[in-house]
Ligand binder design. Structure first.
Ligand SMILES: [Zn+2]
Length: 302
């Protein structure tokens, strides 16, 4: 009996300390806000980069990080002169970009995304490479309006065009273009400065990432501000460097694929060795990255 009590006490302490650790973690996070145009801001804390567009017809938001940050995010938006967002676009389904959906949906924000975002959020899901279980989201967290190719918002004297890019970071990515302001939110098509995670379990592919990056590059000019899903706010020149790195890696991996090499052998061959000093110090180490990308690669057609 005493032992059981001790075990129960130990478990309680573990649970309580985990909760207070989590509390402490979120409390200590502060938003860093960068003004990219007169009324468009990039906001960074933890998770995917947020963009907010403020005007007299309403506040327009792109992505919303994690649920425990919603309150801080909203107070930061108020400081900038905005309100609870009228519209929200999710660039894709990942939890570090959609975690605030339920809070915002309940607050009356209308959520937009590609069809597959709603589909993936509606079901129990897993991301096996991270051993992550993602239970189906409640109704309030789901996009209310979905699209298959694109949609446009005509708000605050701006045209905001959200369009789908195929099988890039996931099977449901959107890029968002503020046409007059010349600002683009690339979502997780762009990890600025490091190897990108590609969700090959849910339709992502290296080829799609390259195509999507090229689409954005072709839309951009020297003045375009490009907000990546992760990493610092950037521009066309930085996106070109990243896209060219992806092309180099794809070429190498395709050669291995056509030789039928198993993934472990490819990882051990260190195919990105000369690129790792620049790109390998981010979210994924080079071995993890190669393993994910290679396993999602189709053998080239002969
Ligand atoms: Zn993502």
């Amino acid at each position: 009996m005493k032992i059981i009590k001790k075990i129960l006490l130990f478990i309680t302490i573990l649970i309580v300390s985990e909760i207070s650790f989590a509390d402490h973690h979120w409390k200590n996070i502060e938003y860093q806000t960068i003004q990219v145009r007169e009324n468009i801001y990039a906001m960074m804390a933890e998770g995917g980069n947020v963009a907010v567009f403020i005007g007299d017809e309403g506040t327009f938001l792109i992505d919303d990080q994690f649920a425990p940050l919603t309150e801080k995010m909203l107070s930061e938006i108020k400081n900038l002169g905005g309100n609870t967002p009228r519209f929200l676009v999710n660039t894709h389904w990942h939890f570090d970009h959609t975690g605030g959906n339920e809070n915002l949906g309940k607050a009356g924000t209308l959520i937009f995304a590609h069809d597959n975002v709603r589909k993936l959020l509606s079901e129990d899901n897993t991301i096996q490479v991270f051993n992550k279980e993602l239970p189906a989201s409640p109704r309030e967290a789901l996009p209310v309006i979905t699209f298959s190719t694109d949609t446009s918002f005509h708000i605050n004297s701006e045209t905001v065009h959200a369009f789908h890019v195929h099988n890039a970071h996931t099977n449901g990515d959107s890029v968002v273009h503020f046409q007059k302001a010349n600002v683009i939110h690339a979502g997780d098509v762009w990890f600025n400065g490091f190897y990108p995670f590609i969700d090959v379990e849910h339709g992502g592919s290296l080829m799609g990432m390259i195509n999507a990056a090229t689409t954005i590059i072709n839309m951009a000019d020297g003045e375009t501000v490009i907000i990546p899903g992760h990493g610092p706010v950037g521009n066309k020149a930085a996106l070109v460097e990243y896209r060219d790195m992806l092309v180099l890696v794809l070429d190498k991996l395709r050669t291995y694929k056509s030789q039928g090499k198993p993934v472990q052998e490819v990882v051990e061959a260190k195919p990105t060795q000369e690129l790792d000093a620049i790109w390998g110090d981010g979210f994924l180490n080079p071995d993890q990255w190669i393993s994910i990308v290679y396993s999602g690669l189709e053998a080239p057609k002969k």
